[in-house]
Design a protein around this ligand. Sequence first.
Ligand SMILES: [Ca+2]
Length: 170
Amino acid sequence: QTAVPLLPRPVLGGVIPLYSPCPSNYVTWYKNCYRLVSEPKTWEEAEAACVKEGGHLASVDMSYDQAFISGAIQQGNTDAWIGLSVPSCLHRYGWSDGWPVFYTHWGPGEPTNHKGEGCVSMHGRSHFIQGTWNDTACESIVQLLCLMCPSPFLSEVLLDQLHVLSDPQC
Ligand SMILES: [Ca+2]
């Protein structure tokens, strides 16, 4: 018997390259590159750190992402920032990378919407409901998960289209 060669999986008009498209300090998963940054920061500092590397704090747009990202965050010691927050110009939740909010995974009773809790962290392994989301004071200092999108098609074309759908003033 001859082994059937593995073909690249089609993805939105392109193919997933056989080499890793991610920087060496990032983990490749599905179409994206992720990096857990253990140095704790406020939400704003965390987002700025991810932007500096060409990405954003991680967005979660489906349960597959949630499962992977939760697993990644459990590698660290604290809860971790993800890209969801309530920007003062929006007055509702939005992802820092511009994705629409398709999916949420709030913990029981969350979001509590206490004053100042406009930034979202994911519970780490120290918490009994690991991986669930919690609206948190933006000045809290925790680790963070950056996401970078390696595909020019996804990062430039699709996100530009999605940005049109979201509020342009932000
Ligand atoms: Ca909360």
